[in-house]
Design a protein around this ligand. Structure first.
Ligand SMILES: Cc1cc2nc3c(=O)[nH]c(=O)nc-3n(C[C@H](O)[C@H](O)[C@H](O)COP(=O)(O)O)c2cc1C
Length: 199
C-alpha cells in the first residue's frame, strides 16, 4: 500500500490502527469569556524530559481549528489530564462536537480545579495533571493538523498515587491508564511485565 494511492480516510484508518495503543491527552483550556473546554487527543507523545516537553496534534474541522487549538493560541496554556480506566466514559463524552461556549466539565459531570501555575482548568478527579505553557506550534500541512508543543511547568499528582519503590515512576497499577486503539476501541490496563534492560 502506498499512502499517496489511497484516500485520506484510508490513511487515517491505517495509521490509527497501526500506531497503537496511543496515550490520551485529555486537554483542558479556557475559551473566550472563561468557558471551560475539555477534549481528548490521542495524537500525543512525550518529546523530551529536560526540558519537559509534550506534543499534541490537533485537527481542524472543516478548515476551522478545533476549540482546543483556538484556546491554546489565545491563552498560551493548557493542562493535560491523565485518563484512568475509571474515567473512560466521561473522557469519551468530552469528545462531542459542541459549540465553544459549552462547559465540557459540566457536560461530562466532572469536578473542576483551577491551575495556579498556568491559565487553564483541570479535571479535579484525574490522578495526574501536566500543567503546560505553549512552547511552540508546528503546522503539519495539508491535513490540516497543528502540533502544539507544551512545556510542562507543573505536575499535579493525586496524594494517594504511589511511586515504584526507590523511584519517581508512578506505579502503573495504581494509575491504570487507558490507551486508544482505532475507532471506539481502547486498551485497558492489564498485568504489567517488568523486564530488565539488557547490558
Ligand atoms: C480517544 C479520542 C482521541 C482523539 N484524538 C484526537 C486527536 O489526536 N486529534 C484531534 O484533532 N481530534 C481527536 N479526537 C477528537 C476530538 O476529541 C474532538 O474533535 C473534540 O470535539 C475536539 O474538541 P474541541 O473542539 O473542544 O477542541 C479524539 C477523540 C477521542 C474520543
Amino acid at each position: 500500500m502506498l499512502p499517496d494511492e489511497v484516500d485520506a480516510r484510508t490513511r487515517y484508518e491505517l495509521l490509527t490502527s497501526l500506531v497503537v495503543p496511543r496515550p490520551i491527552a485529555w486537554v483542558s483550556t479556557y475559551g473566550a469569556g472563561g468557558a471551560r473546554n475539555l477534549a481528548p487527543f490521542s495524537y500525543y507523545a512525550a518529546l523530551s524530559a529536560s526540558p519537559m516537553l509534550v506534543g499534541v496534534s490537533v485537527g481542524h474541522r472543516n478548515g476551522v481549528p478545533k476549540d482546543t487549538l483556538v484556546n491554546v493560541r489565545a491563552r498560551r496554556a493548557f493542562c493535560i489530564n491523565v485518563v484512568p480506566e475509571a474515567m473512560l466514559e466521561p473522557m469519551n463524552a468530552t469528545s462531542a462536537d459542541v459549540p465553544p461556549g459549552v462547559d465540557e466539565f459540566e457536560l461530562a459531570g466532572l469536578e473542576v480545579g483551577a491551575s495556579e501555575r498556568v491559565d487553564a482548568p483541570y479535571v479535579a478527579g484525574a490522578p495526574a495533571v501536566l500543567e503546560c505553557t505553549l512552547e511552540r506550534e508546528v503546522d503539519l500541512g495539508e491535513a490540516p493538523n497543528t502540533l502544539i508543543i507544551g512545556r510542562v511547568v507543573g505536575v499535579l499528582l493525586d496524594e494517594g498515587l504511589p511511586f515504584l519503590e526507590g523511584t519517581h515512576q508512578v506505579d502503573p497499577s495504581a494509575l491504570r491508564p487507558v490507551g486508544r486503539l482505532s475507532g471506539g476501541g481502547y486498551a485497558l490496563p492489564g498485568p504489567v511485565r517488568v523486564l530488565p534492560r539488557p547490558r
